[in-house]
Design a protein around this ligand. Structure first.
Ligand code: AMP
Ligand code: MG
Length: 413
């Protein structure tokens, strides 16, 4: 089981180190499944794919026109029309000297012919044609194997399959592909106060927004979900759920119960049943984030506060999950923008303020923080289109300064 030394870095772990630990500790899950090609977009290819055919499979015409022998054109004599080659209905004779064949786009170039003249450059009679435009030898023929040669590599294992990839594989006659199976992610919320949206709220209750948002986010990331629902703040219930999750899932995500309150059991149970990799990250919001392993299954303990839960999910869980999916995580996508309002900050934690960025009309970006930044203020996150990322050591930032932003909604790994 991978281990992480949580104690070499006293205090809070910088977010960069936390991410690095996650990325170096986790690896792609094993196991593949075969999918029909049309279902494979977005999945990671599990093995190299080679072409069993030439592409195009034979010389064929790129134009509607006439297939002929280039050397016949020197005489200027009309060419005898001896047949037709259509896509799917080739001419099976031979184009002998002085003859030609009517040919359509995609039709096989008949034996003997070496050039196609497009019909716009031909005076055609019933039984013969004359050429009236400039012709070069080999014109308008798509060569056998010019796109892909038989036996050539089409795609390498590890590639995330795109729609153009699917077009290429389909053109090469590939019907099914082996892809890395989807990681199964077990998910539950903890909290006696939590109710499922749609239920009535008692005094002191709130709706479980974290789990619903995370279900949607995991679905967007194309992960399989084991939804274990809402758990009470009860050590036994959490123990049972974590044990089941560690057996049935590839990773576990929970929300709540990782702080230092008297009902915060999740981290405590993790410590007893498994091992804590690290706990508490120098980020705001999201400080209580906990990472560890339960019988070899990675565990991501997100804080309960809704903004903290989503910020830690995007900043820490998503890179980790993308590694498990077999993807390369290439780091947060960042841009620079001019801050329109000052932001208060104390050095010590990386700040992920919620902001709205836009172009200033001349190609430069400006960003405005959303009003209130509390970790329970969901409206701010909901209107934001980026995080404004203020470095751990930075203090307050003045208006007009350039800041780093991370647009939301771009694929996060
Ligand atoms: P905790 O991390 O359990 O101490 O929770 C911190 C705060 O987040 C508390 O105000 C909780 O009521 C709230 N909270 C915890 N879990 C959720 C959840 N699933 N959805 C919305 N808010 C939550
Ligand atoms: Mg709680």
């Amino acid at each position: 089981m991978p281990t992480i030394d949580c104690c070499s870095q006293p205090g809070l772990m910088p977010i960069e180190s936390a991410r690095e630990k996650l990325l170096e500790t986790l690896s792609p899950i094993s196991g593949t499944e075969n999918l029909s090609l049309a279902q494979a977009a977005g999945r990671v290819l599990a093995e190299d794919v080679f072409s069993t055919v030439n592409l195009p499979p034979c010389d064929n015409s790129a134009m509607d026109g006439y297939a002929l022998r280039f050397e016949d054109l020197a005489s200027g004599l009309p060419l005898e029309l001896i047949g037709k080659s259509f896509a799917g209905a080739p001419f099976d004779g031979v184009v002998n000297p002085g003859t030609c064949v009517r040919i359509m786009t995609g039709a096989a170039v008949p034996a003997g012919a070496d050039t196609v003249v497009m019909q716009e450059n031909v005076d055609a009679q019933e039984e013969s044609i004359r050429i009236n435009g400039e012709v070069r030898p080999g014109d308008h023929i798509r060569r056998c194997g010019e796109d892909v040669a038989e036996g050539a590599s089409l795609l390498k294992a590890g590639v995330r399959i795109s729609v153009p990839h699917i077009a290429l594989l389909a053109a090469a006659g590939v019907g099914t592909v082996a892809v890395v199976r989807k990681p199964v992610i077990a998910l539950f919320s903890t909290g006696d106060e939590l109710r499922q949206p749609g239920e009535a709220l008692g005094t002191g209750d709130i709706y479980d927004s974290n789990r619903i948002a995370l279900l949607a986010a995991l679905d967007q990331l194309d992960l399989e979900i084991l939804d274990l629902g809402i758990l009470p703040d009860n050590k036994q219930a959490i123990t049972n759920a974590l044990q089941r999750a560690s057996q049935e899932a590839d990773a576990i995500i929970t929300s709540g119960g990782v702080s230092v309150g008297e009902a915060d059991y999740t981290r405590e149970v993790l410590e007893e049943l498994g091992e804590i990799g690290f706990w508490k990250v120098a980020m705001k919001p999201g400080k209580p984030f906990a990472f560890g392993f339960l019988q070899g299954t990675p565990f991501f303990g997100l804080p309960g506060n809704p903004v903290s839960a989503l910020v830690t999910f995007y900043q820490l869980a998503v890179p980790a999950l993308s590694v498990m999916k077999g993807d390369q995580w290439t780091g947060p996508q960042t841009l620079q923008a001019k801050l329109l309002k000052p932001l208060k900050k104390k050095p010590g934690r990386t700040d992920f303020q919620r902001g709205v960025y836009r172009s200033d009309g001349s190609g430069a970006l400006v960003v405005e923080p959303v009003g209130t930044q509390g970790s329970h203020i969901l409206t701010g996150l909901a209107v934001a289109n980026c995080f404004i990322v203020l470095a751990r050591d930075s203090g307050s930032v003045e208006a007009e300064e350039q800041v780093v932003i991370e647009p939301l909604g771009v694929p996060l790994g």
